[in-house]
Design a binder for this molecule. Structure first.
Ligand SMILES: *[C@@H]1O[C@H](CO)[C@@H](O)[C@H](O)[C@H]1NC(C)=O
Ligand SMILES: *[C@@H]1O[C@H](CO)[C@@H](O)[C@H](O)[C@H]1NC(C)=O
Ligand SMILES: *[C@@H]1O[C@H](CO)[C@@H](O)[C@H](O)[C@H]1NC(C)=O
Length: 371
């Protein structure tokens, strides 16, 4: 081997090592940056947990991951657990739950998620700081219910799942009976930041019209006597949509500043009372109806079969309930409450609270009847 050849080999080797070191450093740096962004993305959102089984750099593997956002409020924690359990056991996909909760509930939630049935569920607990809502929601003295901060968590979706391009949001009063991948794959039209299920779709229109007044079109949610609402020129008879289950394009959401727009309407409502006085549903609905007016795609109605909680009666046939991909107990009769319809379907996914803080009321009744 000539002297020259050896030199070239040494040179090539040195360049190789140099590139390797550079590559490694670069990756390390981008990793660090990413982690920092996720840790300080916005005041009020602190990821406080990673499941031990999940890799710490979970956020880097966004490719095949399906982010599912769900809220966990102390008094409804059993609902969140059952919903998560149903999604987890019916999917073949890499679902990661982003569970939004208040600081005071985090420990309780964590102990529950440590149950044997849930211990492999990939999740991240995100702390929601209710101070974020200051000046944007007002406690209504006529309303017996206090303001529920977590109701508004969905408005901040890109902050809750900072690295995802797409995410699924579900309420805590749902049960999923099919692979959530199908919901996640709902096509969104160009320019649309979210897909919802319409309140006038064929599966629910009959049942909504009965007993729920105008809660299926815009006039049921917004006060059309107010100048500010009239100026928007939104047709009052427009079919409303249900914001309890949706798919979001977070790129589009950020580009259109959806969060800012929603906050603007929250703030205006505290000053001018723009929501309907008879608003039966969630106070989170009216701002979404305004911001997404004629600007959203639709999800398959079978992915949000709702009103299971509107009354204690049974409105759907057992076959239909079985065929539903997602069952939604919106309304006052929650499946963990004293009176509920289709409670047996929900209970299949319920896991008892290891701390004993949460329990099913009807269980107590049965026990006391039996003794
Ligand atoms: C959460 O609560 C714990 C004690 O319960 C407290 O030490 C901690 O500072 C709180 N964190 C936030 C972000 O409020
Ligand atoms: C989301 O929106 C962005 C920006 O409009 C677009 O490029 C992208 O294709 C959309 N993604 C999906 C999954 O619809
Ligand atoms: C969104 O906000 C950014 C920064 O505040 C602004 O530059 C941009 O024009 C806004 N986009 C829309 C569609 O309002």
């Amino acid at each position: 081997m000539s002297f020259r050849k050896v030199n070239i080999i040494i040179l090539v080797f040195a360049i190789g090592v140099f590139l390797l070191v550079l590559h490694h450093n670069f990756l390390g740096l981008s990793d660090l940056l990413r982690r920092e962004i996720s840790d300080s993305n916005l005041v009020g959102f602190q990821p406080i947990d990673f499941v031990p089984e999940a890799p710490e750099d979970l956020v880097d593997e966004i490719g095949d991951e399906i982010p599912v956002v769900i809220a966990a409020s102390e008094e409804r924690l059993g609902g969140t657990i059952a919903a998560i359990n149903s999604i987890y056991h019916n999917t073949q996909s890499n679902v990661v739950f982003h569970i939004v909760t208040l600081n005071s509930t985090a420990d309780h939630l964590r102990s529950w998620l440590n149950s044997a049935a849930l211990k492999n569920v990939k999740h991240r607990i995100v702390n929601f700081n209710p101070q974020l809502l200051e000046g944007k929601v007002k406690a209504d003295p006529d309303q017996p219910d206090p303001v529920k901060p977590l109701t508004y968590a969905r408005f901040y979706l890109p902050n809750l799942v900072p690295h995802a391009n797409k995410a699924v949001y579900v309420d805590d009063d749902v049960i999923v009976q099919d692979d959530i991948l199908a919901l996640y794959n709902t096509p969104l039209k160009p320019g649309h930041a979210a897909a919802f299920s319409e309140d006038c779709d064929s599966t629910s229109s009959r049942v909504v019209v009965r007993g729920a007044g105008n809660q299926y079109n815009y006039i049921g949610f917004l006060d059309y006597k107010k100048e500010r609402i009239r100026k928007l020129a939104m047709k009052a008879s427009t079919c409303s949509f249900n914001p309890g289950v949706f798919v979001a394009n977070l790129t589009e959401w950020k580009q259109q500043n959806i969060t800012d727009q929603l906050e603007k309407w929250m703030r205006l409502n505290t000053q001018e009372e723009l929501y309907s006085r008879t608003l039966a549903g969630s106070a989170a609905t009216p701002p979404l109806l305004i911001v997404f007016y004629r600007q959203h795609s639709s999800i398959d109605p079978m992915w949000n079969v709702r009103h299971l909680g509107s009354s204690a009666g049974k409105r759907y046939s057992p076959q239909f309930v079985k065929a539903a991909k997602l069952l939604h107990w919106n309304g006052h009769f929650k499946p963990w409450g004293r009176t509920a319809s289709y409670a047996d379907v929900w209970e299949k996914w319920y896991i008892p609270d290891p701390t004993g803080k949460f329990s099913l009321i009807r269980r107590h009744l049965e026990t006391s009847n039996a003794t």
